[in-house]
Design a protein around this ligand. Structure first.
Ligand code: NAD
Length: 410
């Protein structure tokens, strides 16, 4: 099994091969500032007391408060959270936003909890972590299996404990609890802006065939946005498996089908596909939007997509990266491709602190301007260094971090 934190360290080492960063700076980057593990006692509906493990890793705050989502997943552990926190530091730097990197999590399968238990767990996470948090210290957000409603519970718990009335300590809140317009779709939309900026550099057609792994917040929104811009979504999947329809999937009908049937399987006119087979379909663009470690040394030789856009965090391992680069298949790295979420989270934080309201048009226009600029900068860096987009994005981000931390670079 690939350890995501080890993968993150290998990515750092790969970037250091193409640019001479000071050793002391790289050592700082390889270690998070702080790792916190808490026990969260929850009184379950059947009267038992269950203890859950919760995490917060604060990786680096040289460019601004620690920032990063909270993941609820049965396989989440501190190594995963450490990797995700490291990627957040780089992501915020590559996006040029004034935030550092952090990440949180709880080892839990949230589908097994009642709503009351989920709320108790979420409030318990905040009580355990309250000393770390604050609008100028550490600003969490949603990630896998955490929703705007959970952010509202968390923000409420934090306000009660700290008296902080800004509402700026949690982002990804519902609109009527101080959330931002555009936050829900921001990661998928940002991914589209990045893709659209890079598309001409790689001579991809105006209408591509696309397979999307993961039909959650990121995957479902991305699928809809790409389809609305003339691309054809031919395959999607969720944790239970996927479907393929070569003439293109009607996504609204699919979302309604999933709601009533609980899975994608059996969608009219489509054939079933496993998650691993979906990755190997002959499409123009493959969008992993679920979990880490999906494209690895084991399956990389069978990948037929012409272009990969990482909307999940860490879906391509370093070993697979090397082989894809050698085969000339560009991989747009997560720290650029999925930065839209943290960018609009930062817009939410700014609106909360300034007591402002920005319309969806304003939010999306600012998002586009920023990601257009940074996607082009990453592309130009990759051309200048004759390297892949991940190393280029790392070099750009690390350069900004080194400067903020007072290291001299060449
Ligand atoms: P989500 O919980 O809304 O959706 C996750 C989706 O992945 C679901 O459809 C689930 O069924 C599917 N899934 C789970 N296990 C799977 C498996 N083994 N194979 C295929 N599909 C599987 O989560 P999300 O917020 O959409 O996050 C997805 C990814 O995007 C994560 O890697 C997350 O870190 C990353 N991300 C999310 C955001 C955000 O704003 N939510 C921002 C940046 C990156």
């Amino acid at each position: 099994m690939n350890n995501p934190f080890q993968n993150a360290q290998e990515q750092l080492a790969r970037a250091a091969e193409v640019y001479p960063f000071p050793k002391a700076f790289l050592a700082r980057m390889a270690h998070p500032d702080r790792e916190v593990l808490i026990s969260i006692p929850v009184a379950m509906d059947d009267g038992r007391l269950e203890i859950f493990e919760g995490y917060r890793v604060e990786h680096n705050n040289a460019r601004g408060p620690y920032k990063g989502g909270i993941r609820y997943h049965k396989d989440t552990d501190v190594n995963e959270v450490k990797a995700l926190a490291f990627w957040m530091t780089l992501k915020c730097a590559v996006a040029g936003i004034p935030m550092g990197g952090g990440k949180g999590g709880v080892t839990v399968d949230p589908k097994t909890l009642s709503k009351r238990e989920l709320e108790a767990l979420s409030r318990g996470w905040v009580r355990g972590m309250a000393d770390l948090l604050g609008p100028r210290k550490d600003v969490p957000a949603p990630d896998m299996n955490t929703t705007p409603e959970i952010m509202a519970w968390m923000a409420d718990e934090f306000a009660k404990i700290s008296g902080d009335a800004t509402g700026a300590t949690f982002t990804g809140k519902p609109l009527d609890h101080g959330g931002s317009e555009g936050r829900g779709a921001a990661t998928g939309l940002g991914g589209f802006y990045v893709f659209d900026r890079l598309r001409p550099h790689y001579s991809l057609p105006a209408s591509c065939t696309i397979a999307v792994q993961g039909f959650g917040n990121v995957g479902a929104n991305a699928a809809e946005i790409f389809a609305a811009h003339g691309h054809r979504i031919t395959a999607v999947s969720d944790s239970k498996g996927g479907i393929v329809k070569d003439e293109g999937i009607d996504l609204k009908a699919l979302a309604a089908y999933k709601k009533t049937h609980g899975s994608l399987d059996g969608f009219p006119g489509a054939r079933s596909v496993t998650n691993s087979d979906l990755l190997e379909l002959p499409v123009d663009v493959l969008i992993p939007a679920a979990l880490e470690n999906q494209i690895t040394g084991e399956n990389v030789a069978r990948i037929k997509a012409k272009f990969i856009l990482e909307l999940a965090n860490g879906p391509v391992t370093p070993e697979a990266d090397e082989l894809l680069f050698a085969r000339g298949i560009p991989v747009v790295p997560d720290i650029l491709a999925n930065a839209g979420g943290v960018v609009v989270s930062t817009f939410e934080w700014e609106q909360n602190l300034a007591k402002e309201y920005w319309t969806e048009m304003e939010v999306n226009a600012k998002l586009k301007e920023l990601l257009d600029r940074e996607a082009e900068a990453v592309y130009q860096k990759s051309a200048a260094l004759a390297t892949d987009l991940r190393r280029a994005a790392f070099v750009l981000a690390l350069g900004r971090l080194a400067e903020a931390m007072g290291y001299r670079t060449a």
